[in-house]
Design a protein around this ligand. Structure first.
Ligand SMILES: [Zn+2]
Length: 662
């Protein structure tokens, strides 16, 4: 396939923020002129690229354009299509790219050079505004000066991402201090308006509409009356009921939540949000400072170059990076900016609520939310000793830990994930449940029969310990044998190299083969010996650990901050708590109360078939609508044994089997 050297021209550019000195249309005009000078065919016009931007297309004829893609991302729709077409179509001879940084701002400059190489090796000329790069010819060495220039260019354009980050942050701070929008979607009940610098309103902007007009900015202003009415209703309801109940009431009335029908990526798949309210959407509306005609900026910190601070850009610190290593790269994470670092400015309209009354409501929300607000969810086991160990027998789901009233409790997972549509508000106080399971462990562990077995086991271990000493001699014998075999092998292999004729070679080779087999056998035996002694040590330390814990159980059950030790004990004994709930008539209302349950240890079978399906609420919703409620394992309380005898035969220490009745 011969590529013509004067055929078709193509245009590629990337424009992420529109902060550049020339518009995309002007770039295309430059390409048009260049193509004419070079006598190439080129079908691209400024009008065409402007239409592409309006319609969000990245490929149209000879124009390839990526809009709003960061330059360090090297797979982009337009770029991929351009490279593919350029390599496929031998009539393509030139590609017009305004500048190297419009092609890429790679984190690693070599990636930019490599990208150019792909095209130039294929015989294509790259035309930049300031230089022309001819094709590489097969077999001819690259010009080193050329390579170094390209490296430096891409290094600088990578650097530019940082300069750009700085420019943007300064621009945002300036806008924020004046009360203008710094970008993004306005919250529920508000709309974007195009305004002059002095605040004079020009017109409301459509969603996602982009306008660049000197002396004009975007302002968030109160929107349609229907939404404002719903906000007022939410605030009123919140004064007397928790956010979850407010959400349920709105859902019952069929009012769509703010994000209804918006496309969202969940686990990489685009899907429409369901339009249901939950307590977070409700409280977020109440906490929106715009209701008080205040705007706050920089609530969250994002970005991989520099980050926002009320005084200017700041460098990223360790706290801005993820600690869990998903790959070799350290990834930046979104963090919450401390309130002192946020910018608060006055919005340009009257408050929508009575400030004094609203402050009261906010204080009430703070009080209800407890101390958990804004804190990341606890990941460790520190305050969650029974994590994944408590189950709701009514629905077979695990019960999840929730912060509650300055402490915590376990609540039915199904109830939570379906926003109350399935199962009931079954819950148990966390510390009480922990104390209860601890007392079960103590009761079992300190029972006379078990203590006796424990002692027996320890004696056995001690006996094996002495046997191990014997095995140590064995190990020493085997390793010296192995060393000798290896020395022999070395000698023989030297002889192998010196063999004079084929017969001699075969004879020596046979000896070598035999030695090799012996070596393999000895190595295997040695590793078996070592691993078995290793096991004994683990076993002994485990027993010691368990005994230690057993001795300190009383202390454990009553002391605070001992949750991690309790968790360790639960893990060792594999304690699980199954709870059954039934409605109980109180004076005024019906509440679900614990009416029974089972504690199991070790490998004892659970009294119910534990829910094994999806627990993610989006998957769950899909499963429930497609298969109906039958898809869940049936686990009504009366279908399983609720009254199991107190204690089966204890098999061994590692396999403590027991079920206790509550
Ligand atoms: Zn449940």
């Amino acid at each position: 396939m011969k590529r013509s050297n004067q055929g078709r021209g193509m245009f590629y550019s990337r424009d992420s923020l529109g902060l550049h000195e020339m518009t995309p249309g002007e770039y295309v005009r430059w390409a048009q002129g260049k193509a004419k000078d070079l006598g190439l065919t080129f079908e691209g016009t400024p009008e065409r690229i402007e239409k592409m931007i309006r319609t969000g297309r990245s490929v149209d004829g000879d124009i390839f354009f990526d809009y709003g893609v960061s330059g360090n991302v090297l797979t982009r729709e337009g770029l991929n299509a351009m490279v593919e077409q350029a390599l496929d179509d031998p009539s393509v001879s030139h590609i017009f790219i305004p500048r190297r940084d419009r092609l890429a701002r790679p984190d690693n400059p070599l990636d930019g050079v490599r990208l150019e190489d792909v095209l130039r090796v294929a015989g294509i000329t790259l035309v930049f505004m300031d230089k022309t790069c001819p094709p590489h010819h097969k077999g001819r060495r690259r010009n080193p000066a050329d390579l170094i220039m390209a490296m430096l260019d891409y290094d600088r354009s990578g650097q530019d991402r940082r300069d750009l980050a700085q420019k943007i942050i300064y621009a945002q701070i300036r806008l924020a201090k004046l009360g203008f929008s710094t970008g993004g979607r306005p919250p529920y009940g508000f709309r974007r308006w195009l305004v002059r610098e002095d605040g004079t309103r020009v017109r409301e902007l459509m969603e996602k509409e982009k306008v660049r007009m000197p002396g004009h900015h975007v302002l968030w202003l109160p929107g349609p009356e229907e939404e404002l009415a719903i906000i007022r209703r939410i605030l009123e309801m919140l004064e007397s009921m928790p956010a979850g109940r407010v959400a349920a009431a709105l859902n019952q009335d069929g009012i769509l939540s703010p994000d209804a029908n918006r496309l969202r990526k969940v686990a990489g798949v685009l899907s429409r949000t369901r339009g249901l309210w939950n307590h977070t959407t409700v409280t977020n509306i109440a906490r929106n400072p715009l209701l008080l005609a205040m705007r706050s900026y920089g609530r969250r910190c994002v970005g991989d170059q520099l980050r926002f601070d009320c005084n200017g850009p700041r460098e990223l610190t360790d706290e801005d990076y993820r600690t869990d290593r998903v790959s070799d790269q350290v990834k930046p994470k979104v963090i919450r900016n401390p309130e002192a670092n946020q910018i608060v400015s006055a919005a340009r309209f009257e408050p929508l609520v009575d400030p004094a009354r609203h402050q009261q409501l906010l204080a009430k929300l703070d009080e209800r939310g407890g101390r958990q607000r804004g804190k990341p969810r606890a990941r460790g086991q520190a305050e969650n000793p029974l994590g994944c160990r408590v189950f709701d027998m009514n629905c077979s789901w695990p019960m999840y830990r929730n912060a509650y009233n300055g402490s915590y409790r376990y609540r039915c997972g199904l109830y939570q994930q379906t926003h109350g549509a399935e199962c009931s508000h079954n819950h148990v106080d966390g510390p009480t449940a922990t104390r209860f399971v601890l007392s079960c462990v103590r009761q079992r562990l300190l029972s006379p029969t078990l203590m006796k077995r424990l002692e027996q086991r320890l004696t056995e271990l001690a006996e094996r310990q002495s046997a191990k000493q014997g095995s140590e001699q064995e190990t020493a014998r085997k390793s010296s044998a192995l060393a000798k075999v290896r020395a022999d092998m070395e000698k023989v292999s030297r002889n192998l190299a010196l063999a004079d004729n084929a017969d001699q070679y075969r004879a020596v080779a046979a000896v070598f083969e035999e030695l090799k087999q012996r070596e393999a056998l000895l190595t295997r035996e040695l590793s078996e010996l070592q691993s078995s002694t290793g096991n004994d040590i683990d076993m002994a330390s485990e027993v010691r650990k368990t005994l230690e814990l057993a001795e300190r159980l009383a202390e454990l059950a009553n002391r605070e901050g001992a949750a991690d030790r309790a968790a360790a004990l639960f893990r060792l004994s594999n304690a699980r708590l199954f709870l059954a709930f039934s409605p109980v008539q109180l004076k005024k209302q019906v509440r679900n109360r614990i009416t029974g349950g089972v504690v199991t240890f070790g490998s004892a079978a659970p009294p119910i078939q534990i829910h094994e399906g999806p627990t993610d609420h989006t998957k769950l919703a899909a499963a429930l609508t497609s298969a109906g409620a039958d898809s869940r394992p049936s686990a009504a309380c009366d279908s399983h044994e609720c009254t199991i005898g107190s204690g089966q035969e204890v098999e061994s220490l590692r396999n403590v089997q027991h079920r206790g009745r509550i």
